[in-house]
Design a protein around this ligand. Structure first.
Ligand code: ADP
Length: 262
Protein backbone atom coordinates (compact mmCIF):
# COMPACT_ATOMS: atom_id res chain seq x y z
CA UNK A 1 0.00 0.00 0.00
CA UNK A 2 1.24 3.47 -0.86
CA UNK A 3 0.15 6.33 1.44
CA UNK A 4 0.12 10.01 0.47
CA UNK A 5 -0.78 12.59 3.10
CA UNK A 6 -1.44 16.36 3.14
CA UNK A 7 -2.37 18.77 5.99
CA UNK A 8 -5.49 20.96 5.79
CA UNK A 9 -5.35 24.51 7.19
CA UNK A 10 -8.20 26.92 7.86
CA UNK A 11 -8.27 30.56 6.60
CA UNK A 12 -6.09 31.62 9.56
CA UNK A 13 -3.51 28.98 8.74
CA UNK A 14 -4.31 26.84 11.71
CA UNK A 15 -4.08 23.13 11.21
CA UNK A 16 -7.60 21.74 10.87
CA UNK A 17 -6.90 18.19 9.84
CA UNK A 18 -5.31 16.09 7.19
CA UNK A 19 -6.14 13.97 4.22
CA UNK A 20 -4.61 10.59 3.77
CA UNK A 21 -4.81 8.74 0.50
CA UNK A 22 -4.06 5.05 0.48
CA UNK A 23 -3.48 3.33 -2.79
CA UNK A 24 -3.52 -0.39 -3.07
CA UNK A 25 -0.65 -0.95 -5.46
CA UNK A 26 -0.31 -4.70 -5.00
CA UNK A 27 -1.91 -5.32 -8.36
CA UNK A 28 0.31 -2.75 -10.13
CA UNK A 29 3.41 -4.11 -8.44
CA UNK A 30 2.47 -7.60 -9.51
CA UNK A 31 2.00 -6.51 -13.12
CA UNK A 32 5.32 -4.71 -13.05
CA UNK A 33 7.01 -7.82 -11.68
CA UNK A 34 5.39 -9.99 -14.32
CA UNK A 35 6.56 -7.61 -17.04
CA UNK A 36 10.13 -7.66 -15.73
CA UNK A 37 10.06 -11.45 -15.48
CA UNK A 38 8.77 -11.65 -19.01
CA UNK A 39 11.52 -9.42 -20.41
CA UNK A 40 14.13 -11.44 -18.49
CA UNK A 41 12.70 -14.71 -19.80
CA UNK A 42 12.54 -13.54 -23.41
CA UNK A 43 16.09 -12.22 -23.27
CA UNK A 44 17.36 -15.42 -21.77
CA UNK A 45 15.52 -17.62 -24.25
CA UNK A 46 16.89 -15.62 -27.19
CA UNK A 47 20.37 -15.41 -25.79
CA UNK A 48 20.88 -19.15 -25.54
CA UNK A 49 20.47 -19.91 -29.27
CA UNK A 50 22.23 -16.75 -30.43
CA UNK A 51 25.26 -17.53 -28.28
CA UNK A 52 25.62 -20.93 -29.84
CA UNK A 53 25.02 -19.58 -33.36
CA UNK A 54 27.77 -16.95 -33.04
CA UNK A 55 30.09 -19.40 -31.27
CA UNK A 56 29.84 -22.06 -33.95
CA UNK A 57 29.99 -19.55 -36.80
CA UNK A 58 33.19 -18.17 -35.31
CA UNK A 59 34.72 -21.63 -34.93
CA UNK A 60 33.93 -22.31 -38.59
CA UNK A 61 35.50 -19.01 -39.64
CA UNK A 62 38.60 -19.80 -37.63
CA UNK A 63 39.34 -22.88 -39.68
CA UNK A 64 36.84 -25.59 -38.76
CA UNK A 65 35.23 -25.09 -42.18
CA UNK A 66 38.15 -26.96 -43.72
CA UNK A 67 37.19 -30.12 -41.90
CA UNK A 68 34.14 -31.58 -43.67
CA UNK A 69 32.87 -33.43 -40.57
CA UNK A 70 32.97 -30.31 -38.36
CA UNK A 71 31.52 -28.20 -41.15
CA UNK A 72 28.51 -30.47 -41.39
CA UNK A 73 28.02 -30.81 -37.64
CA UNK A 74 28.34 -27.09 -36.88
CA UNK A 75 26.09 -26.05 -39.75
CA UNK A 76 23.45 -28.45 -38.46
CA UNK A 77 23.67 -26.88 -35.00
CA UNK A 78 23.46 -23.37 -36.47
CA UNK A 79 20.44 -24.37 -38.55
CA UNK A 80 18.66 -26.04 -35.60
CA UNK A 81 19.30 -23.14 -33.25
CA UNK A 82 18.08 -20.57 -35.82
CA UNK A 83 14.94 -22.64 -36.34
CA UNK A 84 14.37 -22.66 -32.59
CA UNK A 85 14.74 -18.89 -32.45
CA UNK A 86 12.36 -18.48 -35.34
CA UNK A 87 9.79 -20.65 -33.55
CA UNK A 88 10.20 -18.65 -30.36
CA UNK A 89 9.75 -15.34 -32.17
CA UNK A 90 6.64 -16.61 -33.95
CA UNK A 91 5.20 -17.80 -30.61
CA UNK A 92 5.98 -14.45 -29.00
CA UNK A 93 4.25 -12.56 -31.81
CA UNK A 94 1.18 -14.80 -31.59
CA UNK A 95 1.03 -14.35 -27.84
CA UNK A 96 1.41 -10.60 -28.04
CA UNK A 97 -1.42 -10.34 -30.58
CA UNK A 98 -3.61 -12.57 -28.42
CA UNK A 99 -2.97 -10.45 -25.35
CA UNK A 100 -3.63 -7.15 -27.08
CA UNK A 101 -7.20 -8.11 -27.95
CA UNK A 102 -6.47 -7.31 -31.56
CA UNK A 103 -6.54 -10.94 -32.31
CA UNK A 104 -8.99 -11.55 -35.06
CA UNK A 105 -10.58 -14.89 -35.42
CA UNK A 106 -12.38 -15.79 -38.59
CA UNK A 107 -15.14 -18.16 -37.65
CA UNK A 108 -16.52 -20.69 -40.07
CA UNK A 109 -18.43 -23.88 -39.51
CA UNK A 110 -15.75 -26.49 -38.89
CA UNK A 111 -16.30 -30.21 -39.12
CA UNK A 112 -14.23 -31.99 -36.48
CA UNK A 113 -13.66 -35.18 -38.48
CA UNK A 114 -12.23 -33.16 -41.34
CA UNK A 115 -10.10 -31.05 -39.01
CA UNK A 116 -8.56 -34.17 -37.46
CA UNK A 117 -7.78 -35.52 -40.93
CA UNK A 118 -5.91 -32.31 -41.63
CA UNK A 119 -3.75 -32.36 -38.52
CA UNK A 120 -2.88 -36.06 -38.47
CA UNK A 121 -0.15 -35.91 -41.13
CA UNK A 122 1.61 -33.23 -39.05
CA UNK A 123 1.76 -35.29 -35.86
CA UNK A 124 1.77 -38.84 -37.27
CA UNK A 125 5.35 -38.53 -38.37
CA UNK A 126 6.58 -37.35 -34.98
CA UNK A 127 4.74 -40.16 -33.23
CA UNK A 128 6.13 -42.72 -35.62
CA UNK A 129 9.71 -41.49 -35.20
CA UNK A 130 9.36 -42.11 -31.49
CA UNK A 131 7.55 -45.41 -31.82
CA UNK A 132 4.45 -43.93 -30.21
CA UNK A 133 1.04 -45.32 -31.08
CA UNK A 134 -1.34 -42.48 -31.90
CA UNK A 135 -5.03 -43.35 -31.93
CA UNK A 136 -8.03 -41.13 -32.59
CA UNK A 137 -11.74 -41.22 -32.06
CA UNK A 138 -14.15 -38.58 -33.37
CA UNK A 139 -17.92 -38.80 -32.90
CA UNK A 140 -19.84 -38.40 -36.16
CA UNK A 141 -20.90 -35.03 -37.53
CA UNK A 142 -19.72 -32.67 -34.79
CA UNK A 143 -19.25 -29.09 -35.88
CA UNK A 144 -18.05 -25.97 -34.11
CA UNK A 145 -18.03 -22.36 -35.21
CA UNK A 146 -14.40 -21.44 -34.99
CA UNK A 147 -11.19 -20.30 -36.58
CA UNK A 148 -10.11 -23.62 -38.09
CA UNK A 149 -6.43 -22.71 -38.30
CA UNK A 150 -6.29 -21.71 -34.63
CA UNK A 151 -8.11 -24.81 -33.42
CA UNK A 152 -5.71 -26.89 -35.52
CA UNK A 153 -2.84 -25.10 -33.80
CA UNK A 154 -4.33 -26.00 -30.40
CA UNK A 155 -4.64 -29.67 -31.27
CA UNK A 156 -1.19 -29.83 -32.84
CA UNK A 157 0.34 -28.20 -29.74
CA UNK A 158 -1.43 -30.59 -27.36
CA UNK A 159 -0.56 -33.65 -29.43
CA UNK A 160 3.05 -32.55 -29.91
CA UNK A 161 3.38 -32.12 -26.15
CA UNK A 162 1.79 -35.51 -25.52
CA UNK A 163 4.32 -37.09 -27.89
CA UNK A 164 7.27 -35.12 -26.48
CA UNK A 165 6.51 -35.92 -22.86
CA UNK A 166 5.84 -39.61 -23.42
CA UNK A 167 8.60 -42.15 -23.47
CA UNK A 168 9.42 -44.29 -26.48
CA UNK A 169 6.73 -46.86 -27.36
CA UNK A 170 4.03 -45.03 -25.38
CA UNK A 171 0.44 -44.31 -26.35
CA UNK A 172 -1.25 -41.04 -27.23
CA UNK A 173 -4.96 -40.70 -27.90
CA UNK A 174 -7.09 -37.91 -29.31
CA UNK A 175 -10.77 -38.21 -28.72
CA UNK A 176 -13.53 -35.78 -29.67
CA UNK A 177 -16.96 -36.41 -28.28
CA UNK A 178 -20.36 -34.81 -28.54
CA UNK A 179 -21.64 -33.76 -25.11
CA UNK A 180 -24.86 -31.97 -25.92
CA UNK A 181 -24.09 -28.25 -26.13
CA UNK A 182 -20.39 -28.92 -25.79
CA UNK A 183 -17.66 -30.55 -27.77
CA UNK A 184 -15.16 -32.33 -25.55
CA UNK A 185 -11.64 -32.73 -26.93
CA UNK A 186 -9.34 -35.00 -24.95
CA UNK A 187 -5.65 -35.50 -25.55
CA UNK A 188 -4.26 -38.23 -23.34
CA UNK A 189 -0.89 -39.86 -22.99
CA UNK A 190 0.78 -42.43 -20.75
CA UNK A 191 3.91 -40.34 -20.46
CA UNK A 192 5.93 -38.74 -17.69
CA UNK A 193 3.00 -36.78 -16.22
CA UNK A 194 3.10 -33.48 -14.33
CA UNK A 195 3.88 -33.07 -10.61
CA UNK A 196 0.84 -31.92 -8.64
CA UNK A 197 2.31 -28.57 -7.66
CA UNK A 198 3.23 -27.74 -11.27
CA UNK A 199 -0.25 -28.43 -12.64
CA UNK A 200 -1.69 -24.96 -11.87
CA UNK A 201 1.29 -23.29 -13.52
CA UNK A 202 1.75 -25.03 -16.83
CA UNK A 203 -0.44 -22.56 -18.73
CA UNK A 204 1.83 -19.67 -17.68
CA UNK A 205 4.17 -18.16 -20.22
CA UNK A 206 7.59 -19.80 -20.11
CA UNK A 207 6.70 -22.17 -17.30
CA UNK A 208 8.33 -25.55 -17.76
CA UNK A 209 8.52 -28.41 -15.32
CA UNK A 210 11.96 -29.42 -16.52
CA UNK A 211 13.73 -26.75 -18.51
CA UNK A 212 16.47 -29.00 -19.82
CA UNK A 213 14.10 -31.69 -21.02
CA UNK A 214 11.76 -29.18 -22.61
CA UNK A 215 14.62 -27.50 -24.48
CA UNK A 216 15.75 -30.87 -25.81
CA UNK A 217 12.31 -31.48 -27.21
CA UNK A 218 12.41 -28.08 -28.92
CA UNK A 219 9.83 -26.51 -26.59
CA UNK A 220 9.62 -22.78 -25.94
CA UNK A 221 7.39 -22.89 -22.85
CA UNK A 222 4.84 -20.72 -24.67
CA UNK A 223 2.76 -23.45 -26.30
CA UNK A 224 0.20 -23.94 -23.55
CA UNK A 225 -0.14 -20.19 -22.88
CA UNK A 226 -1.09 -19.79 -26.55
CA UNK A 227 -3.43 -22.79 -26.43
CA UNK A 228 -5.29 -21.39 -23.42
CA UNK A 229 -5.74 -17.96 -25.04
CA UNK A 230 -7.05 -19.45 -28.27
CA UNK A 231 -9.54 -21.62 -26.40
CA UNK A 232 -10.71 -18.66 -24.32
CA UNK A 233 -11.30 -16.40 -27.34
CA UNK A 234 -13.48 -19.23 -28.64
CA UNK A 235 -15.52 -19.14 -25.39
CA UNK A 236 -14.15 -22.48 -24.30
CA UNK A 237 -12.03 -23.72 -21.43
CA UNK A 238 -9.15 -26.08 -20.85
CA UNK A 239 -7.88 -28.10 -17.90
CA UNK A 240 -5.59 -30.98 -17.18
CA UNK A 241 -5.52 -34.10 -15.04
CA UNK A 242 -2.14 -35.65 -14.55
CA UNK A 243 -0.21 -38.10 -12.47
CA UNK A 244 3.57 -38.35 -12.51
CA UNK A 245 4.83 -41.45 -14.31
CA UNK A 246 1.28 -42.39 -15.29
CA UNK A 247 0.40 -39.73 -17.84
CA UNK A 248 -1.74 -36.70 -18.55
CA UNK A 249 -5.14 -35.88 -20.00
CA UNK A 250 -5.82 -32.43 -21.39
CA UNK A 251 -9.52 -31.59 -21.64
CA UNK A 252 -10.78 -28.85 -23.94
CA UNK A 253 -14.43 -27.84 -23.99
CA UNK A 254 -15.83 -25.77 -26.86
CA UNK A 255 -19.38 -24.70 -27.63
CA UNK A 256 -20.97 -26.96 -30.23
CA UNK A 257 -22.39 -25.39 -33.35
CA UNK A 258 -26.05 -26.04 -33.63
CA UNK A 259 -27.40 -25.21 -37.13
CA UNK A 260 -30.93 -25.11 -35.69
CA UNK A 261 -29.99 -22.14 -33.50
CA UNK A 262 -28.44 -19.95 -36.18
P1 ADP B 1 6.98 -26.49 -23.89
O1 ADP B 1 7.34 -25.73 -25.10
O2 ADP B 1 8.04 -26.48 -22.84
O3 ADP B 1 6.41 -27.84 -24.17
P2 ADP B 1 4.29 -25.75 -23.11
O4 ADP B 1 3.73 -24.42 -22.76
O5 ADP B 1 3.70 -26.47 -24.28
O6 ADP B 1 5.84 -25.57 -23.26
O7 ADP B 1 4.16 -26.69 -21.83
C1 ADP B 1 4.61 -26.21 -20.57
C2 ADP B 1 5.15 -27.35 -19.71
O8 ADP B 1 4.09 -28.22 -19.34
C3 ADP B 1 6.15 -28.24 -20.43
O9 ADP B 1 7.45 -27.72 -20.35
C4 ADP B 1 6.03 -29.54 -19.65
O10 ADP B 1 6.80 -29.46 -18.47
C5 ADP B 1 4.56 -29.56 -19.24
N1 ADP B 1 3.72 -30.40 -20.15
C6 ADP B 1 2.95 -30.01 -21.17
N2 ADP B 1 2.30 -31.03 -21.75
C7 ADP B 1 2.67 -32.14 -21.06
C8 ADP B 1 2.33 -33.54 -21.15
N3 ADP B 1 1.48 -34.01 -22.06
N4 ADP B 1 2.92 -34.38 -20.26
C9 ADP B 1 3.78 -33.92 -19.31
N5 ADP B 1 4.13 -32.62 -19.17
C10 ADP B 1 3.58 -31.74 -20.03
Amino acid sequence: IEIVGAPIFNERNILKGAVLLMYDITHLKKLELMRKDFVANVSHELKTPITSITGFAETLKNGAKNDPASLDRFLTIIYDESTRMQGLIEDLLTLSKLEKDEFEITRTVVDMTQLVQEILPVVDQRAEQKGITLTTHVDDSITIQADAERIKQVMINLLTNAISYTLKDGDVNLSITDEGDTVHIQVSDNGIGIPEKAVPRIFERFYRVDKARSRNTGGTGLGLAIVKHIIEVHDGCINVESEPEKGSVFHVYLPKYDPALS
